[in-house]
Design a protein around this ligand. Sequence first.
Ligand SMILES: Nc1ncnc2c1ncn2[C@@H]1O[C@H](COP(=O)(O)OP(=O)(O)OP(=O)(O)O)[C@@H](O)[C@H]1O
Ligand SMILES: [Mg+2]
Length: 238
Amino acid sequence: MPVISFANAKGGAGKTTAALLLATEFARQGYRVAILDADPQRWITQWYDITGPMPNLEVISEVSISSLQGHLTSLSSQVEYVIIDLAGARDALVTAAIGLSDHVMIPVQGCAMDARGGAQILDLIGLMEKTGNLKIAHSVVLTRVASMVTTKALLIIKGLLASRGVNVINTPIAERSAFRELFDYGGTLYTMDPQKVSNLEKARENSRAFAAEVSRLLPMRVVRSGNKNWLRLVRDAA
Ligand SMILES: Nc1ncnc2c1ncn2[C@@H]1O[C@H](COP(=O)(O)OP(=O)(O)OP(=O)(O)O)[C@@H](O)[C@H]1O
Ligand SMILES: [Mg+2]
């Protein structure tokens, strides 16, 4: 059961949006997914309140340092993916969640020059790796990228991060009204009406490509359990 957390010490980078896109995409593909809402502002919980129950997805609210490990232990026999949405902070809960993650996604606003919130998480991971003598897989995902931002500009940002040894997800998350509207009206990109939401198909493609890339990054292959009440994690032979 891969645990993927979304962290950036600064608010508004697009953590919750990216976490929700990934979770709903995996759920749509038939995987059972739990989102741990570890942000006291409870954006995911509010989204779930207006969305209502949906197949393959559960949302766990009120996650604290003391409850985090217990949630992960009990979920390990129930779901195929756990996605943790963290607050825009660098506190003990963020540190604990990072330490328990198989992959930490660091959303950084592609158009903003201020990437300090992302850098703080990269520094924190570096410190945890050094002091704990462990490896914490992580990637930067560029978010809220305007469609007119050229591939060249993105390549420059990726080059800069790569020179620091940071993996950058090839698929940036674009700035799209469909992604904003998820939180206004609830539901998913697949329950929205293409007549009413502009560029919905492009938003869906973006979300699918992002999820495909994240799943390729994970150290284990996740096998859908279908209707059976068990799951198998198969070590990727590659
Ligand atoms: N790709 C996107 N396209 C359009 N709007 C977006 C996108 N990503 C985020 N937003 C909007 O930007 C705002 C902040 O996004 P979000 O809540 O995902 O960020 P966050 O990093 O989780 O913030 P916080 O630290 O406050 O939890 C929200 O209003 C959201 O709808
Ligand atoms: Mg958030």
